[in-house]
Design a protein around this ligand. Structure first.
Ligand code: AKB
Length: 321
């Protein structure tokens, strides 16, 4: 049975990964850690939770030893759009937590999962059917951190035998916790706006395609890659995984089929537009499918139905579709 520590657990992924892993490994074997008191208090309502700064090596290592941890999920991240506001800060946070996770994993013989992202790709990457192994020259600090994370994680595996594994997440869509500071956030924000205000102003150009994924598929990807038979893994850091790709125009048309009164317009944010334009339209995830059996369950239509159901319930709005 694993003993898991999830750092950065109060964010969009962690909020759902903690209960997902607790279901698999038992509540007491999964400890959620975050820097923010309010998020720690919320996590503590359902299981073990601690306040922890993952950029503080001593504090982080002490927690791993104290709780006898053998698997670290490093979810600490400052996302793409926010990272451009203060690139040095983004580097310090993203790389600080990563290097600490890897060093502690080396010392304490832990496995490590650190998510990579479509943000690891850049303008020179082939945008359609983006291959597993291809040009990676991102032009955001977030992307630079993600490529660094992939390279360092592979380095710690080959040089020190650290069992480091990862997937490249598309934009993640979920209703439990809002994302913050990402380029793909529009695909979550839209549901709240049209249900609350009947209207959404989109910061991403209407024809800009990006890979997206519904959270239940993302959670399955994380538990599957960490349970995958290591002898079958040709790659490790990091695997392309894909399930749906759409542009704002397509998403909004599909939402309007269910909520005909919804109004959409655009006020393009040039920073987000440039980032979206530099990322893949759709990744090729053949290697993940072959090496560890990746198979998504959610497409765009199923995701929209589920998001409308859950976000309207959360907002206390009665929706008849
Ligand atoms: C972002 O938009 O920055 C993230 C990501 C795709 O990694 N959601």
């Amino acid at each position: 049975m694993k003993r898991i520590l999830i750092v950065g657990a109060g964010g969009q992924i962690g909020t759902e990964l903690v209960p997902h892993l607790q279901k698999i490994y038992g509540i007491d074997n999964v400890i959620g850690a975050d820097l923010r008191d309010d998020l720690v208090v919320k996590m503590a309502e359902r299981g073990p939770a601690i306040k922890l700064d993952a950029c503080n090596l001593v504090e982080f290592a002490a927690a791993v030893k104290k709780y006898d941890v053998d698997t670290i999920f490093n979810l600490v991240a400052l996302l793409s759009a926010k990272g451009e506001l203060n690139p040095r800060h983004a580097w310090d946070i993203n790389i600080g937590a990563l290097v600490n996770s890897l060093d502690i994993a080396k010392e304490c013989k832990c496995s490590v999962f650190t998510p990579s992202s479509i943000g690891a790709f850049g303008p020179n990457t082939p945008h359609d059917s983006t291959p597993q192994d291809t040009i990676m020259r991102p032009d955001t600090m977030y992307g630079v951190c993600k490529v660094t994370g992939e390279l360092l994680s592979d380095y710690y595996f080959t040089r020190f035998g650290v069992d480091a594994r990862s997937v490249r997440f598309p934009g993640l869509i979920s209703y439990a916790q809002l994302p913050g500071g990402g380029t793909t956030d529009y695909a979550v924000e839209v549901f709240y706006s049209i249900l609350k205000d009947g209207h959404y102003t989109c910061p991403i150009p209407k024809d800009s395609y990006m890979d997206m994924m519904y959270m239940p598929d993302a959670l399955n990807a994380v538990s599957m890659i960490m349970e995958a038979d290591p002898s079958k893994l040709v790659h490790r850091n990091s695997f392309n995984i894909a399930s749906m790709s759409f542009c704002p125009k397509e998403l909004f048309a599909a939402i309007r089929r269910r909520v005909p009164s919804a109004i959409f317009d655009y006020k393009v944010d040039p920073v987000k537009a440039a980032i979206a334009d530099s990322w893949p339209n759709k990744m090729d995830d053949t290697c993940a499918r072959k090496e560890w059996g990746w198979k998504p369950k959610w497409d765009m239509d199923a995701m929209i139905d589920d998001m409308l159901k859950h976000v309207s319930a959360k907002l206390g709005i009665k929706l008849s579709i």
